[in-house]
Design a protein around this ligand. Structure first.
Ligand SMILES: C[S@@+](CC[C@H](N)C(=O)[O-])C[C@H]1O[C@@H](n2cnc3c(N)ncnc32)[C@H](O)[C@@H]1O
Length: 260
């Protein structure tokens, strides 16, 4: 298995993304991430954002620190894509994606859209909702009104309502979730599908650009970015994910060590 240090185009920092001093200002083309959802999962680190003893306000205050750091390191035509969903709190639905959008706008981001990620394979469980939740949101923000957006790179699939007959990209994206394990490792608790992230990488950046994921988890963003010949920077608190990420990147090793 490769070591993460072997990847020339990938820097991982095992620290909180509330401070990203290792990243140069305006050096990142796109931020692509899914943050810890408030009070939902325990990722096994005492400094993680979103644990149950943290209020909803404090959660957003800490998140806002991360969004501010992201804003500073983004290039002028850069974008930020946050994959996140509403959460149930004692029978009451919290509009988490909308609150993240509002906090990001306070920092200076421009809200471009709330894309809906349709998860046809989602099953009941997890929460006490009466209806099965088959979607998440992708909060799509830009640093400035004018920003890089390669619409021709959206990809195409007959089953995907995102690409309709008039060939303009819509804001309903269909990406099934595959469950299971990767190699010998039990999968991270909340990975998102590579197909979803590859679309965002292609739309928001070109080869050679840098993608940042402030909540790296099992490294889906890194895998998609490196496969598509982008550079990647990731922050993650829990160093136990090191092996999982390395395992997921093992197919790419040759390519990523020799490319650009
Ligand atoms: C929803 S998961 C990310 C999943 C990832 N997109 C994937 O494909 O595996 C959120 C991650 O954020 C990490 N995390 C929580 N608080 C953090 C912080 N302050 N700084 C960096 N990472 C943090 C958690 O350990 C967890 O792995």
């Amino acid at each position: 298995m490769p070591e993460l240090d072997d990847f020339r185009n990938f820097d991982v920092h095992w620290s909180s993304s509330e401070e990203m001093k290792e990243v140069r200002e305006e050096s990142v083309q796109s931020v692509i991430t899914s943050p810890p959802y408030w009070d939902l999962k325990d990722y096994g680190h005492e400094d993680q954002i979103g644990t149950s003893d943290e209020s909803y306000e404090l959660y957003h205050d800490r998140m806002a620190e991360v969004w501010r750091e992201c804003y500073d390191v983004l290039s002028d035509d850069g974008t930020m894509w946050v994959v996140v969903d509403t959460v149930m709190e004692r029978g009451d639905l919290q509009l988490l994606p909308y609150h993240i959008a509002e906090r990001a706008e306070d920092i200076g981001f421009v809200l471009q859209d709330m894309v809906v990620w349709h998860k046809p394979t989602a099953i009941a469980g997890m929460t006490d909702r009466n209806v099965v939740n088959k979607k998440e949101y992708v909060v799509y923000l830009s640093k400035n009104k004018d920003h890089k957006f390669n619409e021709g790179e959206a990809g195409n699939s007959l089953e995907d309502p995102a690409v309709s007959e008039d060939k303009r990209l819509g804001n309903l994206w269909r990406n099934p979730v595959k469950r299971g394990s990767i190699g010998n490792n039990v999968l991270h608790k909340a990975p998102y599908p590579t197909s979803l992230i590859e679309r965002i990488v292609r739309l928001s950046s070109n080869e050679g650009d840098t993608i940042l994921d402030p909540f790296l988890g099992s490294g889906t963003t890194a895998k998609s970015a490196l496969r598509l010949k982008r550079k990647c920077i990731g922050y993650e608190l829990n160093e136990d994910f090191d092996d999982i990420i390395a395992d997921r990147l093992s197919d790419l090793k040759q390519q990523s060590l020799t490319d650009f």
